[in-house]
Design a protein around this ligand. Structure first.
Ligand code: A2P
Length: 280
């Protein structure tokens, strides 16, 4: 299905994953089973999505071995801090019904719009708990989500283990080139949420023209644009034919000029959530 990528600690991660944000728990088991059946082996969830139970039910019901599926979850904002992180992790693996996670991420750098000194302190304590869980072998890799370079700079002041991944919003119209570059320079894998701009990029004319040229769909072009930048897209769909379509992106290549045209697109009206501007 996908070319494997390697995290800075040597752990292999599949270069495309199935996202589950906003999939209601009741629908998640069926959606994840369908995703597994079309070949996904990398599932991304989070405690705040409320669907870890559905993901776990699908893992259990599929006849695929646990070690053949890469499972990621995320620590919710209100659970930051050393003891709270350990408790939230225990809850997450219990809800998923697994004994370990492949990747665990701090979901956001702060609980509110502001990133203050107290958030940096709280993240440092949170990270210490993540490092301990990692050293105990309960998580194969640890990382962050929605961290911009200044959030990572703050974390690195006390981190003993460097984050292995940063999951951020990237899509045509919202390339976040500086954050992508910063992560890549620091050997932090960029995972991407909303790689289709929550469908906002799919009706863009430039993308449609490029798609026609390659005999591909707009969604496939958006995902390919990510792959060719070395990021790991996590598209979501609850339709099986689209899930399958979103995996069929490894048999064509965008030209440099097509890559540049897509990277230059103005905001297409996707979510474009600036982490400093998040209102929870
Ligand atoms: P649906 O779940 O009805 O298939 P993102 O991953 O950027 O958040 O985008 C998700 C949105 O894009 C969902 O609304 C999903 O709808 C839609 N979507 C996902 N894959 C495709 C596709 N291949 N073609 C058209 N729409 C898609």
């Amino acid at each position: 299905l996908t070319a494997p990528m390697t995290l800075s600690n040597g752990v292999t991660i599949l270069g495309l994953g199935y996202g589950t944000y906003q999939t209601p728990n009741e629908e998640t088991k069926k959606a994840v089973l369908e995703a597994l059946s079309v070949g996904y082996r990398h599932i991304d969830t989070a405690a705040v999505y409320g669907n870890e139970q559905g993901v776990g039910a699908a893992l259990k019901e599929s006849d695929i071995a646990r070690e053949d599926i890469f499972v990621t979850s995320k620590l919710w904002n209100t659970e930051r801090g050393y003891d709270a992180t350990k408790a939230a992790f225990a809850q997450t693996i219990a809800t998923l019904g697994v004994d370990y996670l492949d990747l665990y991420l701090i979901h956001w750098p702060a609980n509110t719009k502001q990133f203050e000194a107290k958030d940096a302190e709280l993240n440092a304590e949170t990270w210490r708990a993540m490092e301990d869980l990692y050293n105990e072998g309960k998580i194969r890799a640890i990382g962050v989500s929605n961290f911009m370079p200044h959030h990572l700079d703050a974390l690195m002041k006390t981190a003993v283990i460097k984050p292995m991944a940063d999951q951020i919003e990237v899509h045509p119209g919202w390339p976040q080139a500086e954050a992508v570059r910063y992560n890549q320079v620091h050997d932090i894998l960029v995972e991407v949420w909303a790689p289709l701009g929550e469908a906002s990029a799919l009706s863009n004319e430039t993308i449609a023209t490029i798609a026609t040229k390659h005999g591909k769909t707009a969604a496939q072009v958006c995902l390919r644009w990510g792959i060719q930048q070395g990021v790991l897209p996590l598209p979501k769909s609850t339709h099986q034919e689209r899930m399958a379509q979103n995996t069929d992106i490894f048999d064509f290549e965008l030209t440099d000029s097509e890559m540049t045209q897509i990277s230059a697109l103005e905001n297409l009206g996707g979510q474009c959530m600036v982490p400093d501007d998040v209102d929870f």
